[in-house]
Design a protein around this ligand. Structure first.
Ligand code: GAP
Length: 447
């Protein structure tokens, strides 16, 4: 993890937030390449749900919703973690994760195990961030930053029956920021207080719930595989009955083998009709679906694949990170799926003269109509290749003296390191063909 954190900082992919003020714990900013990478992750998620299906529609709901939302959803009463304080070092820990914590006293041990540790009784701590709306701070002005994007979808379910003219089974998908006042955030962007979720609520007739639960578990697992995550680093783990949320009759996590061990990447839950029942009761609205043809009426059941955009981005980064030896030097390379790579191709004139920069820029202007490309003419060509390897650019296009004569360029492949000479007129088509081709992580070898 340290190597990934350091590469992300060095190349401006992801770095600690508010650094000029000394930083603010476990808060991160995404720089240029990080934005491009996370955008690609989110775009692939939207693509799988919206473009490749016709039973899912999109939503972008407000972060601050009516406070009754969180009463109905159960978050106000139950979205808590058990918290203990240490009276000696004044630190706070999650009572159920003491083994992951570190005592503030030296020699550093797990909280409770040091000679001077003095832990309080555990108490419940609500993870929702609270604020007020409007100029008067009274009881009625208290609101919460959403701790999940899901509830915004339930609040809009009735609208979608009307204006999207959808009938179950259908899904509503949303991507956006969520906020949780985590007691122990950490492990880079794995657990933060402000993070981005990619969630879909798939509304189904009750009798079809089990079948759709099975479908979405597999579909979401396959999505990560298709984007290049190695199969031996990915698994589906069903929750034990004592792990299940109060609303869930079945949940499975897609887990990734991060450098910190197997951890949740995404949860797929069979939520039954819990949420719609609660919101119907609290809002006094009828949220049933009525089939006009058969007269059948019911509260749909919900299958929810809930993913984290930051955790997914981190998993893709971990899976892609590699080092190899070239000419006796260590090369750091991100072997990202080309569809996720922040930059698809770099255009590099071999020298800064002999009309090579002019031709390289002509190629750049042509390619950027179709894909994310970058131009670089500073430093020796090998150093420029290394810079592109570090951000995972799959192809580097070099303009050399022959290019001026016959309008061909070399295309260097990030993973195989082969260089192919291609006519400039064929370049865009060839790169688009490669981008669409099935892809397998070269870290798996040729077995
Ligand atoms: N609506 C259901 C729900 O929110 P969750 O398992 O609490 O379920 C879904 O969250 C996903 O959101 C997780 O699988 C994870 O990827 C991401 N996530 C949750 N808390 C996070 C945090 N503190 N930092 C980063 N990502 C987080």
């Amino acid at each position: 993890m340290d190597k990934i954190v350091s590469l992300c900082k060095r190349r401006g992919i992801i770095f600690p937030s508010s650094e000029i003020y000394g930083g603010i714990g476990s808060s991160y900013d995404y720089g240029h390449y990080g934005v491009l990478l996370k955008n690609n992750v989110k775009a692939q998620w939207w693509r799988a749900l919206l473009q490749e299906r016709d039973d899912v529609v999109a939503l972008d709901s407000a972060i601050i919703q009516h406070p009754r939302t969180w009463e109905a959803s159960g978050h106000l009463a139950g979205f808590t973690d058990p918290l203990v304080d240490c009276r000696t070092c004044k630190r706070r820990y999650r009572a159920d994760k003491l083994e992951d914590g570190q005592c503030g006293e030296k020699p550093s041990k797990c909280p409770g195990q040091g000679p001077n540790c003095d832990l309080t009784e555990s108490r419940n701590f609500n993870l929702m961030f609270q604020t007020t709306v409007g100029p008067v701070q009274d009881e009625g002005s208290t609101v919460f930053l959403r701790p999940e994007t899901a509830q915004g979808i339930f609040l809009n379910f009735k609208h979608y029956l009307q204006f999207a003219r959808k009938k179950p089974p259908f899904g509503i998908a949303q991507v956006g920021k969520s906020f949780r006042n985590e007691i122990t955030p950490g492990n880079f962007v794995f657990r933060m207080r402000e993070f981005e979720q990619m969630e879909m609520e798939f509304f189904v007739p009750p009798r079809e719930a089990e079948q759709w639960y099975e479908f979405w578990k597999q579909a979401r697992y396959d999505w990560y595989l298709k984007l290049g995550i190695r199969e031996d680093h990915l698994r589906l783990r069903p929750h034990d009955p004592d792990e299940l949320s109060h609303y869930s009759s079945g949940t499975s996590d897609v887990e990734y083998l991060y450098p910190i061990g197997w951890q949740e990447l995404e949860g797929i839950a069979n939520r039954g009709n819990f949420d719609l029942t609660q919101h119907a009761e609290f809002s006094k609205q009828n949220l049933e679906y009525v089939d006009t043809a058969s007269g059948e009426r019911y509260l749909p059941h919900v299958i929810e694949p809930a993913a984290g955009a930051d955790r997914a981005t981190l998993a893709f980064l971990c899976d892609a990170y590699d080092e190899d030896q070239i000419d006796g030097e260590t090369r750091t390379v991100l072997r990202l799926h080309p569809a996720l790579a922040p930059v698809k191709a770099a255009v590099l004139p071999l020298v800064k003269k002999d009309n090579q920069p002019e031709l390289a820029r002509e190629i750049l202007f042509d390619l950027r109509e179709r894909i994310q490309v970058e131009y670089d003419e500073c430093d020796a060509i090998v150093r420029r290749y290394r810079r592109q390897d570090e951000i995972g650019t799959p192809w580097s296009i070099t303009v050399d003296h022959q290019s001026i004569e016959d309008r061909t360029v070399t295309v260097r492949d990030r993973d195989s390191l082969t260089q192919e000479r291609i006519a400039i007129s064929d370049l865009a088509g060839e790169l688009e063909r490669r981008l669409r081709a099935p892809w397998r992580s070269p870290k798996l070898g040729s077995d």
